[in-house]
Design a protein around this ligand. Structure first.
Ligand code: ATP
Length: 366
């Protein structure tokens, strides 16, 4: 088993400038064999959380629980967890084989031949058998990362903790290693907590994503839940690329139909949308993803007139940067379009695709 629970975790650092609450009452349960990715902007507490789980930092409050037992007071090496760092952290004077053997020798009293065969099996699995006698400075970045992974895998831990393990690799290798790592994690079935700031990594590798901001959990769910049903404005803006477009709007109920009014447009609401937001005051944020914007004709209801600033054709889709009022928004339109700067473009926000957030709390209402 490898059920990992982060229970009410708080970590406060004391600095010359005062207290920094890096992690704020965080609760996450990682199921046996599950891969959860922690994402969030720089400084939101991802690494501190992982370091508390590993035992490299001691929590100010809360517990780390493995299979029902609190391990909060255990030293890192007593915890049945293996960590993989961005920097690989290989010992430079040791060969790959020695690097992989080292942790096993420290943490277990396995006989020499067992250690040797485990290292060789793991190396074969990772395709690094021929690198076993080389030292880190004789290896490429990708090869070093495989050795670092090998060193974690060979210990057969209950939990893998990975802190941006692929971020030092170039884009092509990162994509390849992402797939390999995911397959490996599934084959081994080891519970994994994975930190990254790379959206694609988070979306494609994880069973569930935990989105953090300012040390607090914003949402935990499958990648598609976080994408389609963000619980608040922060998650809506953080998940998805290019980011969701947001408009500050006011509710106007004086016309025939209730509408959300922005300086650049008036958006009449269907009954079911109004039912979701009624009673939440007058100020809202209207959100629509760039890929949900559609081209429209100027005379259709709720059409929004925009000015094209820049187009970026990527082949399959085109990013169109639009001005509405004096702010810039993005539309991802299908196909290969070149639209002149300064041209007027009419778009629609399909009512079944819009998100509406409470203007005060940012909570998703729709
Ligand atoms: P990044 O993506 O940039 O690595 P992160 O989400 O991993 O960021 P953390 O490294 O966990 O964020 O940092 C969270 C907060 O705690 C930040 O404000 C950081 O400055 C602060 N912090 C982290 N370690 C320490 C420390 N040892 N002493 C003081 N403050 C710290």
């Amino acid at each position: 088993m490898g059920e990992l629970e982060i229970r009410d975790l708080t970590k406060v650092f004391h600095d010359d400038g005062g207290d920094i609450v890096a992690v704020d009452d965080l609760g996450i349960e990682v199921e046996d064999g599950e891969l959860i990715v922690l994402v969030g902007p720089s400084g939101c507490g991802k690494s501190t959380t992982l370091r508390c789980v590993a035992g490299l930092e001691s929590p100010t409050d809360g517990d780390i629980v493995l299979d029902g037992t609190a391990v909060t007071d255990q030293k890192p090496k007593e915890r049945d967890m293996a960590m993989v760092f961005q920097s690989y952290a290989l010992y430079p004077h040791m060969s790959s084989r020695e690097n992989m053997e080292f942790g096993l020798k420290m943490a277990t009293d396995l006989p020499e031949d067992e250690i040797r065969s485990r290292v060789e099996e793991t190396a074969a699995m990772l395709g690094i058998s021929e690198l076993l006698d080389k030292k880190p400075d004789e290896l490429s970045g990708g090869q070093q990362q495989r050795v670092a992974l090998g060193r974690a895998i060979v210990r057969e831990p209950e939990v893998f903790l990975m802190d941006e393990p692929l971020s030092n690799l170039d884009a092509k290798l990162r994509t390849q290693m992402r797939t390999e790592l995911q397959e490996l994690q599934q084959d081994l079935g080891v519970t994994t907590l994975y930190v990254t700031h790379d959206q694609t990594e988070a979306m494609t590798m994880s069973d569930r994503i935990a989105v953090l901001n300012d040390g607090e959990l914003q949402q935990i769910g499958t990648p598609l839940e976080c994408y389609h049903e963000p619980e608040n404005e922060f998650v809506a803006g953080f998940i998805g690329s290019p980011s969701m477009n947001f408009f500050d709007v006011e509710l106007d109920t004086t016309g025939d139909r209730p509408a959300l009014v922005h300086e650049g447009f008036r958006y009449d609401l269907d009954e079911d949308v109004y039912a979701d937001i009624e009673g939440h005051g007058e100020r809202f944020t209207l959100g629509i993803r760039p890929e949900d914007l559609e081209l429209a004709t100027a005379d259709e209801p709720n059409a929004v007139t925009t000015t094209v600033e820049v187009t970026e054709p990527l082949g399959e889709v085109t990013y169109v940067y639009l001005e509405i009022g004096d702010r810039q928004y993005t539309a991802t339109l299908e196909g290969d379009l070149v639209i002149e700067t300064g041209r007027t473009l009419t778009i629609r926000f399909p009512q079944d695709r819009i998100h509406v957030f409470d203007g005060q709390t940012g909570e998703a209402l729709r």
